[in-house]
Ligand binder design. Structure first.
Ligand code: KQY
Length: 365
């Protein structure tokens, strides 16, 4: 086994590029656990398959699959998608896969973040998570790239966004939650982010989307769409618990400058009307002691911001809501050079995330 590097990305001149930088492929994992995905994960598998095939129209895709599901996934996915065996505890490669780094000299490396299932034994979503914690190492090994391991520092890829020009966007709600790194304060966490991702400045949005089971991942709330430009999840409904969260984020972001001194330009992207889990949906999920229980009537953290950039395109969720088209038009106006592909996002949302959470871009070195 290749041991992790003992140096750091910033010392070695490696950094995380923006999502709009050229990509060589996208990684996904295949969903199967019946205590998170209803009806034995069959509807979720269809939704993931649609995402994989949509991405494959733009660039190569690799899907990691457990041994048990290898035949099934291989038979269902088209010949445009590579299938490899990667055991896992669930299918959120944004959080369990590596964060890929480049050095501008043709080299690629990965950061293998310590993972604790979004909160470990204090609010984490399931246990064990040991296989999830090995996903990044396995992907780096398949790609034959060196990796940095962040032992002692828990992070998920969905908790960060970067502009590739020195800026990192995150939320206090997630990164300062004592269920991630209780031994570190804000300054120490910021120092780790700078070391592992080689960024100069960290933007701390106070909170993410209301009732997000990741403790407010930024990838559901706001993202860079270009240098100096941010898209932010928004509601005009002052009675919605999301309103104050989005307003505080807007006021904070509009008061900030980026690492190049640019004033940030923030565009509001409306949320769909509040979506709740139905009794039927919850009924299809296996009850299990070691998994987060789902309840009918509970609001889900639906957001159009949870989209993925691919070469020449954007793959974003729709929710069968009048805002679907409005949100797609706004994202299209922010990224006019990209084709927008909207895919039904509810089935993925039922598992606790969306398209950005189930994908991981690998940049061109
Ligand atoms: O938001 C993400 N990056 C992942 C969501 C994970 C939810 C697990 N049930």
């Amino acid at each position: 086994m290749a041991l992790p590097l003992t140096s750091t990305p910033s010392a070695d001149g490696f950094y995380m590029p923006a999502e709009w930088a050229a990509q060589s492929q996208t990684w996904m994992l295949w969903p199967e656990r019946p205590d998170n995905w209803r009806f034995g994960a069959k509807p979720a598998q269809k939704a993931y398959l649609a995402v994989a095939e949509a991405i494959a129209r733009f660039q190569p895709v690799t899907v990691g699959v457990s041994a048990d599901q290898f035949e099934n996934a291989s038979a269902r996915l088209s010949e445009h998608v590579r299938v490899v065996e990667i055991s896992n505890n669930d299918a959120w490669v944004r959080d369990t896969g590596p964060t890929f780094l480049i050095n501008g000299k043709g080299e690629l490396r990965g950061v293998d973040w310590e993972f604790n299932a979004w909160g470990g034994l204090t609010g984490g979503l399931y246990q064990p998570w040991n296989r999830d914690d090995q996903v990044a190492q396995k992907i780096c090994s398949i790609e034959r790239i060196a990796r940095y391991r962040s032992d002692g520092f828990v992070l998920e890829g969905g908790a960060i966004h970067v502009d590739g020009e020195g800026m990192l966007l995150t939320t206090e709600e997630c990164l300062l939650n004592p269920n991630r790194n209780p031994h570190l304060n804000k300054i120490e966490i910021e120092a780790r982010l700078k070391t592992y991702l080689n960024v100069e400045k960290v933007l701390w949005v106070p909170e993410g989307i209301f009732n997000d089971e990741t403790n407010g991942h930024i990838d559901n709330m706001a993202c860079f769409v270009a240098p100096g430009k941010i898209a932010l999840a928004w509601t005009d409904d002052e009675r919605d618990p999301q309103y104050q969260r989005s307003l505080t984020a807007l006021q904070y972001l509009e008061s900030q400058r980026d690492a190049k001194g640019r004033k940030l330009e923030v565009t509001k992207v409306p949320l769909p009307s509040p979506l709740v889990q139905t009794e039927d949906e919850v009924d299809g999920i296996d009850r299990a002691f070691h998994a987060w229980p789902r309840r009918a009537g509970e609001r889900m953290a639906a957001s159009y911001i949870n989209f993925l950039m691919v070469n020449g395109g954007i793959i974003m969720p729709s929710f069968n809501d009048p805002m679907d088209e409005i949100a797609a038009n706004i994202i299209s106006s922010l990224c006019p050079e990209r084709d927008i592909v909207q895919l039904p996002g509810r089935e993925i949302l039922l598992g606790g995330g969306n398209i950005h959470c189930i994908t991981q871009q690998q940049p061109v070195a």
